[in-house]
Design a binder for this molecule. Structure first.
Ligand code: GLU
Length: 458
């Protein structure tokens, strides 16, 4: 049996990081077992689903490197098949037509609420002769759910979960307008797509019982289920905007690397001893459902930033140059790109995100513009004479980090200055800040003409 998982988002909004983690777990589980990872866009709610949201989901998955192994299945295109299965259930006697009017159903609900009972359908058409159907009422199709016994879900994360069948009423599978209900559509699709494992958020746990009932009624083998705990904010409340970024593309905006976000999400709810840094290949090797915990996990933005810094330092310089140049709007500028290349090893040591990296690199793209921070201005004032004194040497020295290093050390020794008294005013003049990579590298990256021009400007 080929393992096949699916990620089944509803395109009604952004790709939330909870959804991204669900996709990641499905992807890793499939890869670990040599299986396939599929995508199903659950767009049956036509009023709330949008093409833009679908695009955002596809982009987000693509950015995270969670590309499905087959073209996405759009649930809305399968309505005829959903209806066909509903009619097959009718033919098997496992479903029946219900002719209740909306008014009758509303009354049933109101009575249940008044009597403090859960609002369940009372099964009034379950055994009634369809010949008694009122004229002009289009019927819905309901599942003839078992009335005694239990529905048992052997969940791969939650353990065995069971519900008494008296708790579940005869749900509608096909509405009176012929459209499928969501729970029914999911079952038909999971069956037809040959999904072997459904890994999803535990907010869907109670749906599983009803879905299992449909599988059983059709005589189909149900997939294995794994319901993973949701992600909460650091305060334990349901993750929301006020906790910070929650949309995957927002994390991209804020300068996180996809591999860092994936590593972070992997560790959020799944563990392998104390291992923190688990790149994709290792994750595929190690991931399995027995490592998924049962407690809700908490989003920790500081930890994510730390992890991002680790991945940033390990990232290929050329890739970071492209990212930073794009953020600085200088992608086409060969001179600036060369400077970025030269200084990237030093720059990436200090940054936690691409946003920080771009900010630290901005002086390579644009000359600094006053006003500066008071500390920077103070260095410029203190170093004015020194800058004049060192200028002739900058004209003569070869612009390599090594030659510049030797020249700076000699200059400091000869003029009785500490190295910092030379480096800090230079930094201030060149970058408008006091935090650049080593000054010899910074000078070399900017190049002689630019260095002299910037010193002359102050
Ligand atoms: N479409 C559902 C959602 O977006 C997922 C359903 C499922 O995974 O079965 O939450």
């Amino acid at each position: 049996m080929t393992i096949r998982t699916r990620f089944a988002p509803s395109p009604t909004g952004m790709l939330h990081i909870g959804g991204a983690r669900t996709a990641l777990f499905n992807f890793l589980f499939a890869r670990h077992h040599g299986g396939e990872f599929w995508l199903r866009i659950e767009d049956t709610d036509r009023a709330r689903s949008t093409a833009e949201a679908t695009q955002v989901i596809l982009q987000g998955l693509d950015w995270l490197g969670l590309t499905p192994d087959a073209a996405p299945v759009y649930q809305s295109t399968r309505a005829a098949r959903h209806a066909e299965v509903a009619h097959a259930l009718l033919a098997r006697g496992a479903a029946y037509r219900c002719y209740c009017t909306p008014e009758e159903l509303a009354e049933m609900r109101a009575r249940a609420v008044a009597e403090h009972r859960p609002p369940r359908y009372d099964g009034r058409w379950r055994d009634r002769d369809p010949a008694e159907a009122p004229a002009g009422v289009a019927p819905a199709i309901r599942l003839r759910a078992p009335r005694d016994g239990e529905t048992v879900l052997p969940d791969l994360v939650q353990g065995e979960v069971r519900v008494a069948n008296t708790e579940l009423d005869d749900m509608i599978i096909l509405r009176s307008d012929g459209s499928p209900t969501y729970l029914h559509a999911v079952v038909v699709d999971d069956h037809d797509m040959a999904i072997t494992h459904v890994i999803r958020g535990d907010d869907h746990l109670t749906n599983s019982f009803r879905q299992l009932q449909i599988f059983h009624a059709m005589g189909w083998t149900a997939p294995a289920y794994a319901h993973i705990p949701l992600i909460h904010g650091a305060d334990g409340a349901k993750l929301s905007k006020r906790h910070g970024a929650v949309s995957v593309l927002e994390f991209r905006e804020q300068g996180f690397l996809p591999e860092a976000l994936c590593n972070y999400l992997l560790r959020l709810g799944w563990g392998h001893g104390d291992a923190e840094i688990i790149p994709r290949e290792a994750a595929i090797d190690l991931f399995d459902l027995d490592g998924v915990g049962r407690a809700a996990s908490r989003m920790d933005y500081a930890k994510l930033s730390h992890l991002n810094g680790v991945y940033l330092r390990a990232a290929d310089d050329a890739r970071l140059v492209t990212e930073v140049a794009a953020r600085l709007g200088v992608g086409d500028d060969a001179v600036v790109t060369a400077r970025l290349h030269a200084l990237m090893p030093g720059l990436k040591e200090r940054a936690k995100t691409l946003v920080e990296l771009a900010a630290a690199a901005a002086f390579l793209a644009h000359r600094p513009v006053p006003p500066y921070a008071p500390k920077v201005t103070a260095q410029l004032e203190a170093g004015r004479a020194m800058l004049a004194e060192i200028t002739p040497r900058l004209r003569e020295t070869a612009f390599t980090p090594e030659a510049l290093h030797t020249m700076l050390a000699a200059f400091a020794a000869e003029t009785g200055r500490k190295l910092g008294e030379v480096a800090q005013p230079l930094r201030a003049a060149l970058s408008g800040s006091l935090t650049t990579p080593p000054i010899d590298q910074t000078l070399a990256a900017l190049g002689r003409d630019e260095v002299l021009a910037r010193i002359a400007a102050v």
